[in-house]
Design a protein around this ligand. Structure first.
Ligand SMILES: [Zn+2]
Length: 234
């Protein structure tokens, strides 16, 4: 199984799905991260913002990825906080999608307000929607962005399912009891972002998520099968 996780910011994957990623890499799945922005504005320190922070966050991302068994990390280097839904964005994600050829795609929830409490970041909304759209347009269809064909990236139609990830979760639970410590360690690798007790908060969140699934700790997602998978014969 090949898995592609597309996020807006360097730490989105750690919050949303890195416990699941660790479980999947343990099972032998290949996981690739695609980080759309450079994370360069994620600070209250105006002196640090910009290329200096972008380099720090790139290093933190690679460290966090390696903790959960991921070495293939693609950076698209869009400016943090300024992502808009454009054809360039959709093409850039489609290029990675066609290159990685995932069976499972992890996409940010593009909704404006998640779970009646979370105001979704505009970068998440744009990246999440573009990621989902790639599965029905530019990732799968040769007539969309024919320049990708010229670059050597054939459309990929082998996707089986898309996991929508974010603070609202979903009805599908993944057991992360064996990997929650690595999820927290991966979060803590984002030292420029996290100076609070992320372990306590994430354990509590994962415990609550696990309750209805019978797991001590879980991450939950909305899972969208592809049309082919939904109606396939067993
Ligand atoms: Zn984010």
């Amino acid at each position: 199984m090949r898995v592609l996780c597309v996020s807006a910011h360097p730490d989105d994957i750690e919050f949303s799905c890195s416990g699941s990623v660790a479980a999947w890499t343990d099972a032998g799945d290949e996981v690739t991260y695609c980080i759309v922005t450079d994370g360069s504005t994620g600070t209250a320190d105006a002196e640090l913002a910009g290329s200096k922070l972008a380099q720090i966050r790139r290093d933190e991302t690679l460290e966090a990825a390696s903790i959960v068994g991921v070495t293939d990390v693609r950076f698209l280097d869009y400016r943090d906080g300024y992502v808009e839904y454009t054809f360039d964005l959709r093409r850039d994600i489609a290029r990675v999608f066609r290159d990685v050829k995932p069976h499972r795609l992890m996409a940010l929830d593009p909704g404006p307000i998640l779970g009646d409490w979370f105001v979704n970041h505009p970068d998440h909304r744009a990246v999440g929607q573009a990621t989902l759209d790639v599965t029905v347009t530019a990732g799968t269809t040769p007539g969309h962005f024919p320049e990708l064909l010229e670059e050597g990236y054939e459309p990929w139609r082998g996707l089986r399912e898309t996991y929508v990830m974010g603070p609202a979760g979903g009805s599908h639970g993944v057991d992360i009891t064996a990997t929650i410590d690595r999820k927290i360690a991966a979060l803590q690798a984002h030292r420029s972002q996290i100076n609070w007790d992320v372990g306590t908060v994430m354990r509590r969140a994962a415990q609550m998520a696990g309750q209805s699934h019978g797991y001590a700790f879980a991450e939950t997602f909305r899972v969208l099968p592809t049309m082919e998978a939904r109606f396939a014969d067993d």
